[in-house]
Design a protein around this ligand. Structure first.
Ligand code: FEO
Length: 395
């Protein structure tokens, strides 16, 4: 079922209410997602992006109820990832010769995934496509945001930026626009999306945002490929991206630990106590990694100025959950953040130094030598953990 976006532009995508995991099992989608596809019906008829493969037949059947597929003059593929291109093979069975406009890298990704030699037309930044009624589509390459093939498409006169993944959120809703949904939910899903997907590309993103802003294009609507369309003050999300891309942090210290017999948990709570004693303003949060969602934790790390990481020593190292967490944190390429390791042990006690070493490799500045505690914390070692928290708060 189509929904009107503006004038002759309609949404023809799919709302995926049941989606719990995305990118395989790598990204949690507590609130589902949407795959936004757009139909532009000017003198020329244009389809911008499609939907994920499991919904391909449904998508094409729905599209056929809206228009004669043979009337589609152009298909725009802003990004070749399967959640947006997955319905192309089904669609192209019906209209195999329809020209597809995309970047050179998208030809590579589409051929690599679908092994089809469709009618590809390579576009570069600044290239235009006349769609009649005095309107044009202008293409802007968005290399590495977040794939080499990514691009955005700007529609003149209606002033719509079809931004694909950029500015998106994994957020299922039947309400099409940003002003119609719960603002807290929207903010949370937008920042989680940025923290987990775009953070590694911050430097590229900063340049691209400057470039797009300097074009001074009037933007009335940002039509993303996931979640809601930004029509109410669309530049609010651009401004947030500018802020988030500058090695973002809030006045927050996050303590993330795993534990075997609650000794390291006890340390975590005393460290939090020490931080709160030392700094009455800082937000302190504690998470048991084994009981938390990895992507939500990455969002908390993104917001933090300091992260204390705790693990008991096992096998002269750390628990596998903590090792995996630090591996993920490293891939995010965070900058301008500090870390401190801590943990209980029975006989060798390597975990704090292992944590510090690996967090340093992940780009964090390390505070102190780490807190090692033999066996379960007693009164003195609980006090030592409080002191350690105070040192962390002082940075
Ligand atoms: Fe990079 Fe939504 O795909």
């Amino acid at each position: 079922m189509r929904k009107n976006v503006k004038n002759n532009v309609s949404w023809v995508g799919k709302v995926d209410w049941e989606l719990q995991k995305f990118h395989g099992d790598e990204y949690s989608t507590h609130k589902g997602s949407t795959y936004n596809s757009y139909l532009v019906e000017e003198e020329k008829t244009v389809l911008i992006d499609t939907v994920w493969e499991p919904f391909a037949k449904e998508y094409v059947e729905n599209l056929m109820k809206e228009i004669d597929l043979n009337k589609i003059d152009y298909i725009i593929v802003n990004h070749g990832e399967v959640d947006h291109s997955g319905a192309l093979p089904e669609l192209m069975k019906h209209i195999p010769d329809t020209p597809i406009y995309c970047t050179k890298k998208a030809v590579d990704s589409l051929k690599g995934q679908y092994h089809k030699d469709w009618n590809f037309n390579v576009v570069n930044t600044g290239d235009k496509l006349d769609i009649g009624n005095g309107k044009e589509l202008i293409f802007v390459e968005m290399k590495m945001l977040h794939w080499p093939d990514s691009m955005a498409t700007y529609m003149t006169e209606d002033n719509i930026l079809f931004s694909n993944d950029a500015f998106g959120q994994h957020y299922a809703t039947e309400m099409l626009f940003n002003d119609l949904v719960d603002q807290c939910d929207l903010y949370q899903e937008a920042i989680k999306y940025f923290a987990n997907i775009l953070t590694p590309f911050n430097a590229i993103l900063r340049k691209k945002l400057d470039e797009v802003i300097s074009l001074n294009l009037p933007i009335d609507i940002i039509a993303t490929s996931h979640g809601v369309i930004w029509r109410d003050n669309p530049m609010q999300i651009v401004e947030k991206y500018v802020e988030w891309a500058k090695d973002y942090q809030e006045n927050q210290i996050t303590i993330i630990y795993d534990t075997m017999w609650n000794g390291t948990k006890e340390l975590a709570e005393r460290i939090a106590e020490g931080i709160a004693i030392e700094d009455k303003e800082v937000v302190v949060k504690i998470f048991n990694l084994a009981k938390s969602d990895m992507n939500d934790l990455i969002t908390e790390v993104f917001k933090s100025k300091t992260v204390a990481v705790g693990s008991p020593t096992i096998g002269s190292s750390v628990l596998h959950s903590i090792a995996g967490f630090i591996h993920y944190v490293k891939s995010m390429k965070f900058k301008n953040k500090k870390a401190a390791g801590f943990g209980c042990y029975g006989w060798s006690g390597e975990s704090p130094s292992v944590i510090n070493e690996r967090m340093k490799e992940a780009g964090f500045e390390i505070i102190g030598e780490g807190l090692r505690n033999k066996w379960n914390p007693d009164k003195d070692s609980k006090e030592a953990a409080v002191q350690f928290g105070r040192e962390i708060a002082k940075g």
